[in-house]
Every structure is written in structure tokens, then in C-alpha cells.
Design a protein around this ligand. Sequence first.
Ligand code: ZN
Length: 321
Amino acid sequence: MNSSNPKRVIAIKLLVMLSIILLFVSCGGKKHPMEDKVTVVVTIYPLYDVAREVGGDKVQVTCLLPPGASPHTYFPTPDDSLALERAELVLCVGEGLDDWLFPMLKGGSGEEVPVVKMMDLVELQPAVRSGIGEEQKADEGNMNREGKYDPHVWLDVGNMIVLAQEVCRRLSELDEEHSADYEENAEQYIGELRKLDNEFVDATEKFANKKFVAFHSSMTYLAKRYGLSQEAVIEVSPGIEPDPHYLADLINLVKENDIGAVLAEPQFNFQLAKTVSSESGIPLVIVDPIGDPNNPQRDTYIKNMQANLQELEGVLGEKRD
Ligand SMILES: [Zn+2]
């Protein structure tokens, strides 16, 4: 190669400098650069999965909540803020679940990033207040940290379909050139979600017992969709242990109400659920509301939900003597 021509070398250098300047100019604008992937930042793993499924290879998705952590007890890191500075689209659940996201959105470059809040898209269920005895209704006058509504909306497969449609719409807006890809991916994924929904309907219809006690209110929407009954929860405020009186009442309730399962979750210590299960003689089942990228049985939303169904079916599906 002959690179000795000085005019040519200068021309190449100028061209390189010009493209660098153009790159900075284009990054400064709001428009998504055509050759780049769309940068999506999400709070929890199920949302990561939707963005990945609908966006395919046209998106770069970052999930803020690390595997094994609970969104209820998570404290964000400086890396989370950095990830958000690069975001072109943010997906979150909403109040009572990933509130820690919102202060970080106010800082940064000052440019407004579009945020999809799943709780804004779907019908909400009231927050679980006590879980024992009384009606579980939203208390207008008492807006505590958990908010007025239960935030676990993604455990309803129908709500995930709504989210997939919204993500498709937002990505198509940001990156018009690939809108046909997004639509095709969304259609495919929604088909798989419908299949999952049918699997749940078919299996839960045959459950011999439909009543369970959850670790926290994570199964509110799943129970509602499939006619199951979340009779009570062990931790009303996730991450805060109940007092001994509450626990004693709960164990009595489990014993006296023909409840079929006590649920534990991998994001929280199993000990409390184990105690309720052993004291009442009702089987313990592990369900995971979030999923786990490091567990091949639970590394997508659909696989995680199927694993949850299998666990529930194992104890609620059979008649016990
Ligand atoms: Zn939760």
C-alpha cells in the first residue's frame, strides 16, 4: 500500500475529523441515528424480555435490577444513572414497585426520555393492605410507600400483550425505518403469549384447590386472571417482617381455610414461608415473579411463567387426602 501521498493523507484526516464532528452533531439531536441500535433501559427482567423480543437485533436493552434482587428493596447505583443517560426509551412498572427509577430520570442531560409505565396501560387491582380477614381494598386516605394499587401487573399475561403492543408502537416511532421488523416481532411474541395464557387457563381450570397464601402480593394479577385466590400474604410490605401476632393469625387462617399452598419467592428469604408451611402442614411452593437470566428454566418471561405454573400445579392440581 502506498500511503506516501501527503495530500491524500491530509484529505483522509479531514474526512475522519468531519465524520467525528457529524457524529457528535447527530448524537446531540433527538433523532435516533439510523445505523445504531435503539438503546432501551428497563427496571425489571420481565420488561427486559419484552423489549428484547419486540426489538430483536435492532435494540440494545439494559436491565437495571440485578438477578436475585427484589425491586421492592433495591437501591440504584451510579451505573444505573449512567445507563439512563444513554437511554432512548425507558420501560418501568410504576408506583410501589420501581419508584427508585424516577429521581434518576430528573437528573442527567435535561433531555426528556420517553418513559413507558406499565401501570398506566392496564387495569389496576387495589393494593393488598393486611391480607388477613378483612376485604383487601385500596385505602383512599392512606397512600403509603406501596401506593394505592398493587403493582405486579406483569403477572397477568394479558397485560404483557398490552405492553408488547405499546413497546412495538414506541420503537416504531423512534426508529421508523425498522417498524415492519418491530411489528413482525411483536405479532410473533404476542402469539406465544396467547399460547402461554391458554396453558394457564387449561391447567388452572382443573386445579382441585384454588386457594394459596403468597409470600407478598406478587400473585394478585395472576390469581385474578385465572380464578385463583390469594387468601393472604406473609409480608404485607415486602422486605418488612410481620410481627408474631400476625404470623400466628396467618397460620390459623391457613389451617382453617383449606388452603392448598404456601408460596415462597427466590428474591426473599424462604424461612418465614417455611415456618408457615411447617406449622400449618400445607406444602411450600416456590414461585418467581421476576425470572432469572442465569437459570435456563426461568431465563425468559414465558419459561418463568411455565415454571411457576408447574410448581402451582404440583400441589394445587392434585386432590390431597
Ligand atoms: Zn413484588
